[in-house]
Design a binder for this molecule. Structure first.
Ligand SMILES: Nc1nc2c(c(=O)[nH]1)N[C@H]1C(S)=C(S)[C@@H](COP(=O)(O)OP(=O)(O)OC[C@H]3O[C@@H](n4cnc5c(=O)[nH]c(N)nc54)[C@H](O)[C@@H]3O)O[C@H]1N2
Ligand SMILES: Nc1nc2c(c(=O)[nH]1)N[C@H]1C(S)=C(S)[C@@H](COP(=O)(O)OP(=O)(O)OC[C@H]3O[C@@H](n4cnc5c(=O)[nH]c(N)nc54)[C@H](O)[C@@H]3O)O[C@H]1N2
Ligand code: SF4
Ligand SMILES: [Mo]
Length: 734
């Protein structure tokens, strides 16, 4: 059998591990996927989601042609028909209701694709619609918001210098399983262990004793109370002389506003709601100060805190801790990476990417994304500008987003035009009028995630370019092509530039013809990116540096006091007025709320190694269990009167679900964890997932303005108050 070994990198999560793929070239099929031991950073590490990707790549359920739904019947149609019908309907709807009623929703799989966002953005800018939603408001929009206000651009993203740090504290993240977010760190456990070996401390602050905790210490925190812990940390840091005053004075402003904000928040006070003793906070601040005086200290937070009710304020305080202690822009602390091009600067010139308040309800659009938790409202509204048509790319929001009582299903089903761009016909696809088949990452040339390539959120800077490993099946297309062809059919100009628009459209017209296959396509844009970063072009990169090319280390001291601080006066803002005001308005009230509800149970999520959001559910090589479980502490299990495999009813203000139980010492009492992104509903195009459905915990999450964090539009998905009881006897197993 003729086979070839190809070197590539995985694009399932942000770790982007190097892979070696053995390909049967005659059959265009993967024979084997192994970790690439020569990859400059992942060095032979890859997880099962990467090494078992063949079961997704070659799934018999894969979409291979555009499909059109007529009633409940699905018909295979040509691309020509699909694009002209979609364009015609979209044009008619826009003519009737206006461009703002034409929307888009993108999931995280859409982030691992460098070209799609450029062309998607160009289509919507050309149309004049800002109705772009995405799962960014389920994971990290609070961080983009803070970066913009403190450093001047949403993409100025600091990352911990894990190589030299002597103190790292990680709140609400589980890098050993997730591979991190907005922070490129493969082999994270080893790197944390190195800190401990060097005599430093690594502390995970989390309501669950997580897998990553093997690499350091673990500290339980009551879900959604990090704000008070962080406020007390700042308070104690200031009180104990941990502020590097000269650096603050030279490069930062509004220190007084910050100090005033945290004045009342002593370690004792935070202990009333967090469950973390005051002495522990003092001890952590002491260690942090000692580490800052040695090689440096860094705090990092991720989705568990982002998805609470105060994600923006938490990230603000966390960044302030890094900044005022002298660790920002300093080795061993947090560093501002440099990408191939300075995307952070570029986006400040793009009004679509900067925070705006152009919604009628006063909620923000951050980094170009409207709040996902408003999608159902925006569709079901009786306003003239309600969303009437939607393209969903690489996502399954029905499972991934708050969906109280299935309200989002109702909303999507009511749309006049719904298009799903995916590898499979998932639950959104089932409701769609058209389903368009996309390429997998094995079928695309790529440089890694934009945040790594363009924002440099990467403690070991390197670059890699991988050619496509497989030929895309003949009926499958790249998103850049779909958006460009749609723009062409709809007569929408792209890139605000006639010549560029013409070139893009002409390239798309020939791209999948025999002639087009011989011509370079938009991969040329990646060539441009690599060369702009002073690197060889893509051909040379893949020939000479297939395992990646290490770039100069980031030594810090290249941000503060330079033009890279993009605020109007070039200073880091330690107390943006809106945040001070939001803290003043909300912190006390939420604190009282916490104390009142101290005895109630809160719901959090779990990411599982074998599941990537909603994407892996259809892989027989990864998913064997037929359900997810609710994980609860022994103490809670006893009180509720349940043991392993008993079923409980879990009820929030928004819905009720039934789910079997696992009792574990991992959980903090009065906290239940349910792995998210389960709850498949017999989707027509997901046969394995339909037989392994599990339960959707997002039926318990609220949507609408009352359940959205007002500064960033983030959905409240973690730390939801619930009641849990043993399921009444005789109830059916669902
Ligand atoms: N295997 C796998 N990897 C993934 C994904 C996946 O689905 N599966 N998804 C990818 C995506 S899209 C993203 S955004 C990243 C996310 O990457 P991470 O943010 O690292 O994701 P999680 O593992 O969910 O970690 C969140 C942690 O927060 C904790 N937590 C919950 N509530 C609170 C709280 O109120 N306070 C504190 N301090 N902790 C809390 C949870 O127990 C959990 O351990 O992972 C990516 N990688
Ligand atoms: N309760 C709770 N809910 C959560 C979370 C949580 O922590 N707790 N995490 C949230 C987060 S951070 C996120 S990002 C969301 C993610 O949730 P989703 O956006 O649903 O997840 P993804 O796995 O990114 O995307 C799923 C779809 O993309 C398709 N897909 C995969 N690769 C490609 C591709 O290359 N092209 C195209 N066009 N399609 C592709 C898959 O077939 C699948 O249908 O879930 C969120 N939901
Ligand atoms: S950790 Fe797993 S899923 Fe993430 S990039 Fe590496 S192999 Fe892929
Ligand atoms: Mo995410």
């Amino acid at each position: 059998m003729p086979f070839e070994e190809k070197i590539t990198f995985c694009r399932i999560c942000e770790a982007t591990c190097g892979l070696e793929v053995r390909v049967d070239t005659d059959e265009n099929r993967i024979l084997e996927i192994r970790p690439d031991s020569a990859h400059v950073v992942s060095q032979g590490y890859a997880c099962v989601k990467g090494t078992r990707y063949a079961s997704t790549q070659h799934s018999p359920d894969r979409l291979l042609h555009p499909m059109k739904r007529v009633g409940s019947e699905w018909h295979e149609i040509s691309w020509k028909q699909a694009l002209s019908e979609i364009a015609e309907k979209a044009k008619a709807l826009i003519a009737k209701h206006g461009p703002q009623t034409f929307g888009h929703f993108v999931g995280s799989a859409g982030g691992a694709n460098v070209l799609a966002p450029m062309f998607r953005g160009a289509l919507f800018a050309g149309l004049g619609s800002r109705r772009m939603y995405g799962t960014g408001t389920c994971d990290t929009m609070n961080k983009f918001r803070v970066n913009e206000d403190m450093y001047g651009s949403p993409m100025r993203l600091a990352h911990p210098d894990v190589q030299q740090s002597s103190f790292m504290m990680i709140l609400g993240g589980n890098p050993a399983v997730s591979g991190n977010t907005l922070y490129h760190l493969p082999r994270s456990v080893e790197r944390f262990r190195d800190i401990v070996k060097r005599g430093g401390r690594v502390v995970f602050v989390n309501p669950r004793r997580i897998e990553s905790a093997v690499a350091g210490e673990h500290l339980f925190i009551r879900p959604d109370t990090d704000l008070y812990f962080l406020a007390a940390f700042v308070h104690e840091l200031i009180a104990s002389g941990g502020v590097e005053e000269s650096r603050v004075e030279r490069h930062m402003k509004n220190f007084t506003g910050l100090a005033e904000t945290v004045k009342a928040w002593t370690p004792e006070r935070q202990a009333e709601v967090t469950g973390i003793p005051a002495d522990t906070v003092r001890d952590l601040v002491r260690s942090h100060r000692e580490a800052s005086a040695k090689t440096g200290a860094a705090l990092y937070m991720a989705t568990g805190v982002n998805q609470g009710r105060s994600g923006t304020l938490c990230f603000w305080l966390l960044e302030c801790i890094n900044a005022i202690s002298g660790n920002l822009d300093s080795r061993g602390g947090t560093l501002m990476g440099q990408g191939l091009v300075d995307m952070a600067k570029q986006v400040t010139e793009d009004p679509q990417m900067m925070t705006s308040y152009d919604r009628h309800d006063g909620l923000p659009t951050v980094s170009g994304q409207q709040p996902a938790g408003m999608l159902a409202d925006d569709i079901l509204s009786d306003r003239d500008d309600r969303v009437t048509s939607l393209i969903v790319e690489a996502s399954n929001p029905l499972l991934a987003c708050s969906n109280p009582d299935g309200r989002l299903d109702e909303a999507l089903a009511s749309l006049e035009l719904l298009v799903s761009i995916d590898l499979f016909r998932n639950e959104v696809g089932d409701l769609a009028h058209y389903v368009l088949p996309a390429t997998t990452w094995m079928e695309r040339p790529e440089v890694p995630y934009a945040l790594q390539s363009l924002a440099g959120a990467c403690p070991t800077p390197y670059m890699i370019y991988a050619d496509a490993v497989l030929e895309p099946p003949p009926g499958v297309r790249h998103e850049w092509w779909m958006y460009t062809r749609l723009a062409d059919e709809m007569g929408v100009p792209l890139f605000g530039n006639k010549a560029l628009s013409g070139v893009a459209k002409a390239a798309a017209r020939v791209a999948y013809t025999p002639l087009g296959r011989r011509l370079p396509g938009p991969e040329l844009l990646m060539d441009g990116m690599l060369k702009a970063g002073g690197l060889p072009g893509r051909k040379k990169m893949s020939r000479d540096h297939p395992h990646g090319l290490l770039l100069p280390e980031n030594r810090g001291e290249n941000f503060l006091g330079t033009e890279r601080v993009l605020t109007p006066d070039g200073k880091v803002d330690l107390a943006p007025a809106e945040y001070v005001e939001a803290f003043r308005a909300n912190a006390e009230a939420l604190f009282e709320d916490e104390k009142e509800n101290a005895d109630r149970i809160k719901l959090i999520g779990i990411r599982q190694l074998k599941r990537m959001n909603t994407s892996s559910a259809n892989s027989p090589a990864l998913v064997r269990e037929t359900t997810n479980y609710a994980y609860l502490s022994l103490e809670d299990a006893e009180r509720i009167g349940v043991g392993n495999d008993d079923w409980v009813e879990v009820e929030s203000d928004f819905g009720v679900i039934e789910i079997p139980v696992r009792v574990t010492a991992e959980m903090m009492p009065r906290t239940i964890a349910i792995p998210q992104c389960w709850g498949h509903k017999n989707a027509g195009g997901l046969s394995h997932a339909a037989a392994h459905p599990g339960v959707n915990s997002n039926l318990l999450a609220g949507d609408g303005p009352g359940n959205i964090e007002k500064l960033s539009g983030m959905s409240h998905l973690s730390g939801i108050l619930i009641d849990v009881r043993k399921r009444s006897e005789g109830a059916e197993t669902t």
